[in-house]
Design a protein around this ligand. Structure first.
Ligand SMILES: [Ca+2]
Ligand SMILES: [Ca+2]
Length: 306
């Protein structure tokens, strides 16, 4: 609007000058003034259009913002925030379950284990006692750890499963069986590895080692031995503890009477850990064929009997 007034003032000034000096040349002739007005109108029209366009733009912006808010509200109505159970994030060890106490999640001893009538679910503990299930053993250990009423013996804090099945009289491993055991164990390890490869259950790294074992006779047992040793070493500290031997020991003890003394013999220096050199020696493999080739990115899926 200011420019309009400026233009009008200039126009009037020009007109008055023309009238004051009739003799002078028509510097701002009427024709020019008429042209000036037309330009001005055009200018105003453009200005108006521009302002209108801006208003429309602002309106559109506002509409889309409102639509966004409305959509969010609708989403919240449709998908109300689901209360996350704090226990979902708690990991309780074996024989324990998560329970809320004073609005806080905590691990407590499992109150009840499923009833097991199947004798195959029975387990034999390190105290040579048969328990109805692994759950019952872990529950007992928890009860003793927490000094709860159900603890039958304070010593049960060390209770663990020795093998699956009902406890039986420990059968001796005759010397001749023990002598042949490393060979049987090597063959068994290779067969388990082959079986897993066929089922595509090995990592890329171990697949490659299995292929090598298939095609190169000198690597046949060594690769299988290295793979199993790495597989057992769950915490990748490059030694297999007694606890880490569990997946190989527990299912085999009742089937193979020599497995327990064999595994015992693997820990040559009796430090409760089996190094790769010790593992190779008890499998009667030459030290030079054993190279530590663990795939640390392996999924910690315990491979039992394969
Ligand atoms: Ca280890
Ligand atoms: Ca050792």
């Amino acid at each position: 609007m200011r420019s309009l007034w400026l233009l009008l003032c200039l126009g009037l000034l020009a007109l008055s000058q023309v009238r004051a000096d009739d003799t002078s040349d028509d510097i701002f002739g009427l024709e020019d003034i008429a042209n000036f007005d037309e330009d001005d109108e055009e200018f105003l029209r453009l200005l108006e259009e521009k302002n209108q366009a801006k208003d429309v733009e602002r309106e559109n912006e506002l509409i889309s913002k409102l639509a966004e808010v409305a959509e969010n509200q609708q989403n919240q109505l449709n998908n109300p925030v689901i209360e996350v159970d704090p226990c979902d994030r708690m990991h309780c060890g074996a024989g324990r379950v998560c329970q809320m106490a004073d609005d806080k999640p905590e691990c407590v001893c499992i109150p009840e284990c499923p009833e097991e009538s199947d004798v195959r679910r029975h387990v034999c503990t390190n105290k040579n006692e048969t328990w109805p299930s692994d759950c019952a053993v872990y529950q007992q250990r928890c009860l003793c750890d927490t000094k709860a009423a159900g603890c039958r013996d304070p010593d049960n804090t060390h209770l663990h499963i020795d093998y699956y099945g009902t406890c039986h009289e420990a059968r001796d491993c005759p010397e001749e069986d023990m002598k042949d055991f490393p060979r049987r164990m090597r063959d068994w390890l290779f067969n388990v590895m082959r079986d897993l490869a066929e089922r595509d259950e090995l990592t890329e790294h171990y697949m490659q080692m299995e292929l090598e074992a298939e095609t190169d006779n000198t690597r046949r047992w060594a690769n299988a031995a290295v793979w199993k040793w790495c597989d057992l070493d769950g915490d990748t500290d490059r030694s297999v503890s007694r606890h880490e031997l569990f997946p190989i020991r527990a299912p085999l003890v009742s089937l193979e009477h020599c497995i327990a003394p064999f595994l015992e013999s693997c820990d040559a220096n009796k430090d409760h850990r089996i190094t790769l050199v010790e593992w190779g020696a008890c499998l009667e493999l030459k030290e030079e064929v054993l190279k530590e080739r663990c795939d640390d990115v392996q999924n910690a899926v315990p491979h039992l009997l394969g």
